[in-house]
Design a protein around this ligand. Structure first.
Ligand code: HEM
Length: 136
């Protein structure tokens, strides 16, 4: 539809392909519903209101996938590993985070290819956020 503009071939970003802002809003809302109902994971989030954390993750993912760069305008460079350093991200936290994200991704009803792309990134990113090893 909007692939051809001014005579040049422009490819849509992943953000556009999966439905833009609405899709990421739904993803992150569903994810945080899961967090809210998971006492162990919920306890990691310092703020009483999960709304601001939801908005940060939402804006980050929108920016990462080629949407507006509001995240960096508000928060600067993502430096996600550094931002997670104050939290104990161990195997259990990693698994819980991905479990809620999996449910949220499933609810989107994306095409198989888009779902695979998104899920590959999320599992890779979650693994790279682990900063606390389990005892031997
Ligand atoms: C592996 C398990 C993970 C755990 C347990 C975890 C936990 C947390 C916690 C407790 C916060 C602070 C909440 C806040 O105040 O914003 C946070 C922030 C954040 N997380 Fe994670 N996270 C995980 C993985 C990820 C992954 C994989 C991503 C990206 C794909 C991500 C993106 C973010 C972002 C963007 C923020 C807000 C950063 C900021 O601007 O301050 N997290 N995370």
């Amino acid at each position: 539809m909007n692939e051809i503009r001014r005579g040049t071939l422009q490819t849509e970003t992943f953000y556009e392909q999966v439905g833009g802002e609405e899709t990421f809003t739904r993803l992150v809302r569903r994810f945080y519903e899961g967090v809210a109902e998971d006492p162990e994971l919920r306890a990691m989030y310092p703020e009483e209101d999960l709304g601001p954390a939801e908005e940060r993750l939402r804006l980050f993912l929108i920016q990462y996938w080629g949407g507006p760069t509001t995240y960096s305008e508000r928060r600067g460079h993502p430096r996600l590993r550094m931002r997670h350093a104050p939290f104990t991200v161990d195997r259990a936290a990693h698994d819980a985070w991905l479990r809620h994200m999996r449910a949220a991704v499933d609810d989107l009803g994306l095409s198989e290819e888009h779902e695979h792309t998104l899920w590959s990134y999320l599992t890779y990113a979650a693994a790279s956020m682990v900063n606390t090893a389990d005892p031997e």
